[in-house]
Design a protein around this ligand. Structure first.
Ligand code: FES
Length: 115
């Protein structure tokens, strides 16, 4: 059964202006249509700030379930065990996130452990 994911790229002043998170968001927009996702679906959006600016740009990948409350997820997207927050993401790493996390369901722990 296809899985549904939300990908959020932070765009607060620190990550947006100083760490160029718009380039990461643009890389997702560029790579999403051309990367095989194993039939899974992705909604890409921006998010104000995850409170981890010193480790940004940050990208949250979250698997969505039919039982999720969309309003709660919008307010607290990192809540629960199905959210993975990637740190210091480069535009060149976006395709790998799509191939491994979205298509294969394998989060990239090396990106989550960056200081
Ligand atoms: S703006 Fe990226 S975590 Fe704050």
């Amino acid at each position: 059964m296809p899985r549904k994911y939300t990908i959020l790229v932070c765009r607060g002043p620190e990550c947006g202006d100083k760490r160029h998170s718009a380039d990461v968001h643009a890389a997702f927009k560029r790579d999403l249509p051309t990367t095989p996702l194993g039939g899974n679906e992705v909604v890409l959006d921006l998010y104000s700030c995850f409170g981890k600016c010193q480790r940004g740009p940050n990208v949250l990948v979250r698997e969505n379930l039919p039982t999720d409350n969309p309003m709660m997820l919008r307010l607290m997207p990192t809540a629960g065990g199905r959210a993975t927050l990637y740190h210091r993401v480069l535009p060149s790493e976006v395709r790998r996130i799509l191939e491994e996390h979205i298509a294969r369901g394998q989060p990239l722990t090396e990106f989550t452990q960056r200081k």
